[in-house]
Design a protein around this ligand. Structure first.
Ligand SMILES: Cc1ncc(COP(=O)(O)O)c(C=O)c1O
Length: 421
């Protein structure tokens, strides 16, 4: 229905805005994406599309967004050569330091862009979902900055796992709603947020936290996070006069990964996305959608989904709350099928030891989500020997300290099962 109301735009066409910004003009990525929603949401999605195509590229919006990224968020984030880790692995490792953003993760790029847009669209209330809490904190922060009312939905188990972030959100003036249905994690929080949005769509904007959901969300979020890749590419080229051999990022919904990959898609650079292998693919306790997922429609979009033979969504598991989600952004599904990006996974145990290794060798505590990308490079050091590898360090690990501290004891008992940690 929504499709018929819109002009058909060629796949994967983008408009470049300035040196560091790209606004996608397609509703689909190959067969993936689209708009699978209740009729009540269609007007809001049309309004959002108008925002994406006309307000976001506008000079006034760009100037305000860029000013806040510089003065409030602290961008550009640095590109750091991890020398001790590089020596240990025999691989030249460079980190795009998204952990140094205000609020501690790449999520602020999207939250700031969407809240600014919501304000321009005349909305007074913001809702969002969060898994690791980083998107919730980023959204609550931007709402405080811009004077918007804020409600954050969070799975009840994630509320337990990421207590510090829950307190941060409350301190910032947000209402945090623990969601007790389903697996009490991210997907259930998204369901609740969609329910709220359907009821309050006139006053409320839903700041979806990753490159997922019905069009134009994947394209809108991609637009804001693409800054990561453009910055990293310019920084790497300036420092080394060329491009990295490999770019690696963890993949939950896929925003930090598309953020960094987008600038390199046309280049001769290997791109690797790392999903959550949890307790191991064979245990069924993981969130590796490209390993055992099948194509399906989930929460408004068509992509790979972990599902049983009847199409029921399967429970997922990861030590990293931000990766614990049964589906993945539609552009990743497209990049998977075309072979442009290789998707693999690492287990909880590998991610936790990568966390510890970066802390000891470089003095950086990475988020458990980012630790998955790092663990891939550590595990595959022999194959990557002598190459230059750029890792998107999507966030910092302060929020994960209690999980990592209690991991050893727990893992001996439950093979790393941390659901109630
Ligand atoms: C630090 C960090 N990295 C990665 C992710 C995964 O999300 P995405 O795949 O959208 O980057 C999250 C999600 O909460 C996160 O907090």
């Amino acid at each position: 229905m929504f499709d018929r109301q819109l002009e058909n735009i060629k796949d994967r066409n983008t408009i470049r805005v300035g040196a560091t910004f790209e606004v996608p003009q397609s509703r689909y990525y190959g067969e993936y994406g689209g708009v699978y929603v209740a009729e009540t949401l269609v007007p809001a999605l049309i309004e959002l599309e108008q925002g994406l195509l006309h307000i976001v590229p506008d000079e006034e919006f760009q100037n305000e967004y860029r000013r806040l990224l510089r003065d409030y968020v602290g961008r550009p984030t640095p590109l750091f050569h991890a020398r001790r880790l590089s020596k240990e692995l025999g691989v030249e490792v460079y980190l795009k330091r998204e952990d140094l953003n205000h609020t501690g993760a790449h999520k602020i790029l999207n939250a700031l862009g969407q809240t600014l847009l919501a304000k321009k669209l005349g909305k007074t209330r913001i809702i969002a979902e969060t898994g690791a809490g980083q998107h919730g904190v980023a959204t609550a922060t931007c709402c405080a900055l811009l004077g918007l009312e804020c409600t954050i939905y969070m799975g009840a188990d994630d509320v337990e796992r990421q207590r510090v972030n829950v307190e941060r959100m409350k301190m910032l003036g947000a209402t945090v709603v623990p969601v007790k249905s389903g697996t009490r994690t991210l997907k259930d929080a998204i369901n609740e947020a969609l329910r709220d949005w359907t009821t309050n769509v006139r006053t409320t904007h839903y700041v979806l936290g990753t490159v997922f959901g019905p069009y134009p969300f994947p394209q809108l979020v991609r637009t804001f996070v693409s800054t990561i890749g453009f910055e990293a590419k310019a920084q790497f080229t300036e420092a080394f006069g060329g491009l990295p051999d490999v770019v690696v990022a963890c993949v939950g919904g896929g925003s930090n990964a598309i953020g960094i990959f987008s600038a390199f898609l046309e280049d001769d650079v290997e791109l690797v996305g790392v999903e959550a292998g949890g307790l191991g693919i064979e245990t069924g306790k993981h969130a590796a959608r490209f390993q055992t997922g099948k194509v399906g429609v989930f929460q408004g979009t068509k992509s790979y989904v972990l599902q049983d033979e009847f199409g029921n969504t399967l429970d997922t598991y990861s030590v990293a709350p931000g990766l614990d989600y049964p589906s993945v952004g539609p552009e990743h599904a497209f990049l998977h099928d075309t072979g442009r990006v290789r998707y693999t996974y690492v287990t909880d145990t590998s991610a936790v030891s990568a966390f510890r290794m970066l802390a000891k060798l470089e003095g950086i505590l990475p988020a458990l989500e980012s630790s998955h990308a790092l663990a891939y490079v550590i595990e595959n050091a022999a194959e990557l020997k002598g190459k230059s590898v750029l890792i998107n360090l999507s966030g910092r690990g302060d929020k994960d300290l209690s999980i990592v501290i209690s991991y050893d004891g727990e893992s001996k008992k439950h093979h790393g099962g941390m659901r109630n940690a």
